[in-house]
Every structure is written in C-alpha cells, then in structure tokens.
Design a protein around this ligand. Structure first.
Ligand SMILES: NC(=O)c1ccc[n+]([C@@H]2O[C@H](COP(=O)([O-])OP(=O)(O)OC[C@H]3O[C@@H](n4cnc5c(N)ncnc54)[C@H](OP(=O)(O)O)[C@@H]3O)[C@@H](O)[C@H]2O)c1
Length: 330
C-alpha cells in the first residue's frame, strides 16, 4: 500500500471541540483481504458531531476517537478478494471510525456508492439532514397540498431541506430565525414566511396561514421558541422535537395543550436507521440523491476547509453563517 499514514482530528477526552481536538498523524495498517482504502473528499460538521466530541450526544465513541459522522471519499486502493470494481468510485465514509480524517480503511461490504453526478459536498450532506427532513415531513402528519408547516432554526440545514422539499410538494412553510439577514436568503430557497423568533412571531404566522391547516411544527431549538410553534399550529397539531440547540428545557403553553389538543413527540434519525435497517436507509439515501439530481434539494455550503485549518473551521461553524461548513481536500 502506497499510503502508510493519514491525518485525523482526534480527541482523547470529551470536551469543547476547539479545546480537545488535535490534528494527528495516524498509522494506516496494510490492507487486509476484503478491505479498501478511501481518500476523504468532503466531510460535514454537524451539531451532533460537536455533541459526540463534547460527550452529550445519544451515543458516544470510545476514546481516543476521531470526530465526524458523515462524509464521502474516493476508493483509491482495493485489497485482495474485494468483489466488483470499486477503485475510483465515490463512496460514503463509514461512520464508525470517525470521518474527520484524510484516509479511511473500510470493509468492502460496508461501502455505499454515491451516484457520480451528485457533487461531493452535497453527497457529504445527505445522510443526516435531508433524510431527517424527509422523515419529518412524511411520518408525523398527513400533509396535503396547501397545508402549512412551522419550524424554528429555519436557516439550519434541516430547515432549508424542509423548505425546499415542502415547496416541491406544494406545502407552505413558516420559518422562525433569530437573525434579520436570513430572511432574504431563505425566501430565495422557497420559504413562504420567515419571521424573527420573538413574542410577536405566533401572531404573524397565524395571520399568514389564515384558515389553512398547519398540522405540523418542527422544533430543533427548545426553550421558549416552542411556545411560538405551539401557538401557531392548528388544533390537534403535532410538534416534533429533534434537536435542542439552546440546551434549555422545552416550554409549552398549558392552555394550548388543553383547549387545542396539541401533541408533542420526538424523532432521532439514528433510531429510525437502527429500527428500519440498511435496506431502508439506502432507499432513503437514494430518495435524497434523486431530489438533489432533480433540483429540488441543495444544501447551501458556506465554506470548505482543509483538516489542518480545523480551528478556523470550528470558529466559522459557530458564527452567524448561512450554509454548512465542511472539511475537504482543498
Ligand atoms: N434528531 C435527529 O435525528 C437529527 C438529525 C439531524 C439534525 N438534528 C438536529 O437538527 C438541528 C439542526 O441541525 P443542522 O445540522 O441542520 O444545523 P446547522 O445547519 O448547523 O444550523 C444550526 C442552527 O441552529 C441555530 N442555533 C445554534 N445555536 C442556537 C441557539 N443557542 N439558540 C437558537 N438557535 C441556535 C442556528 O442559528 P444561527 O444561524 O442564527 O446561529 C442554526 O439555525 C440540530 O439541533 C441537530 O442536532 C437532529
């Protein structure tokens, strides 16, 4: 094997990513039978990656660990006994060993090929957020054309995917954001209504939707933002919590629970994947690739950084941005 080492973002303890991550040289063992070597092309930075490094996520890696859960790369070398012609193909990086690394060894049976026409950055942003957006729009309400969905963190990658996919299905979206400058870019993505997540938001949303149904609210923030969702959805509406960016407990208005019969529930893509199995995961990914290729779905990308500039990348990721920050072979 030509390559004997790679670089990776490693942490030996749980903590703030900017404090505990280090760029390290990591040995690559010689390829064993049935293994391939993949060169990373693009790897996402998601809130759940930061939660995994921080020690707060729903499942954690054994330490020392390499960060990152989602990315794609090119197969650059194939070991003996690997069926098919994998060399040169773009594949998903298996999540287990962490994807914030320049090279990864994987077993051929773990490989999931990415259609060549899907750009590397979009492929690296497919399996966590757009899949979640599809499940959120499909599994919790019987949404009909003309119905509305309300969400907070409208500018998040999930939020933008919800806006784009809803638009393609004739469903309207009301998106809460916390920065004025996000209104125009979100409208350009197809958002029907964008409002600042403050005390007047629910009234503005109710006015915009008029008599139309709003059976679904999507919460990835927590805290008082959920009051706005609960005060916006129609009677018997469902509010799905799938993220907690503020870290604050969810607040809900008692009278809306009683008089409007609002329902609260949660969603975790990892659990969906576990429950539904590899075949269903691949079908869902194929659906995302189709939406990308037919132009219905495109995750905005803010900037791509080399692994070596990880401190800058993390800082940029935590600042006011529109679009995802990625690692890549730049
Ligand atoms: N349950 C699941 O299976 C699942 C799957 C995918 C994603 N998620 C969750 O979905 C959420 C969005 O993920 P993403 O990758 O789409 O995010 P992202 O693109 O990285 O965007 C992060 C979003 O969170 C907002 N935000 C950050 N800190 C905040 C705070 N303290 N208060 C209010 N808003 C805050 C940001 O607003 P600004 O731009 O104004 O900073 C931005 O809208 C996350 O909570 C993530 O964990 C859950």
């Amino acid at each position: 094997m030509a390559e004997t080492k790679c670089v990776a973002l490693v942490h030996e303890e749980f903590g703030k990513p900017e404090e505990v991550l280090r760029l390290q040289e990591v040995d690559l063992a010689p390829l064993q039978q049935g293994e391939v070597l993949i060169r990373m092309e693009a790897a996402a930075i998601h809130p759940s990656d930061l939660g995994m490094v921080g020690g707060s996520y729903g499942h954690l890696r054994e330490l020392p660990a390499v960060g990152g859960r989602e990315g794609v790369g090119t197969v650059v070398e194939v070991g003996s006994g690997v069926p098919g012609s994998w060399e040169g193909k773009r594949v998903r990086l298996p999540e287990g060993p962490g994807v914030w690394r320049s090279m990864q060894i994987a077993r051929a049976e773990q490989l999931s090929e990415v259609p060549a026409e899907v750009p590397a950055d979009q492929a690296a942003l497919s399996a966590v957020n757009p899949t979640t957006a599809i499940r959120l729009l499909s599994d919790f309400a019987d949404l009909q054309e003309g119905d509305w969905v309300v969400q907070n963190a409208g500018n998040s990658a999930v939020g933008v995917a919800v806006i784009q996919l809803a638009k393609a299905r004739g469903i309207k979206t009301a998106s809460l954001v916390r920065r004025e400058e996000l209104m125009k870019p979100l409208q350009e993505q197809g958002a029907d209504l964008v409002v600042i997540d403050d005390r007047s938001a629910a009234e503005a949303i109710r006015e915009a939707r008029g008599d139309a149904r709003m059976p679904l609210g999507l919460n990835s923030i927590g805290g008082s933002s959920v009051l706005n969702l609960a005060q916006s959805v129609s009677d018997v509406g469902t509010i799905v919590t799938f993220g907690g960016m503020t870290g604050e407990k969810i607040r809900f208005p008692t009278r809306h629970l009683i008089f409007n019969d609002i329902r609260f529930c949660g969603f975790w893509m990892d659990k969906w994947n576990q429950k539904n199995g590899a075949r269903a995961q691949q079908d869902l990914l194929n659906e995302v690739y189709r939406e990308i290729l037919n132009g219905s779905l495109k995750t905005p990308v803010e900037k791509v950084y080399p692994l070596a500039s990880y401190k800058e990348a993390l800082e940029h990721n935590g600042s006011g941005r529109f679009g995802k920050v990625l690692f890549g072979n730049v």
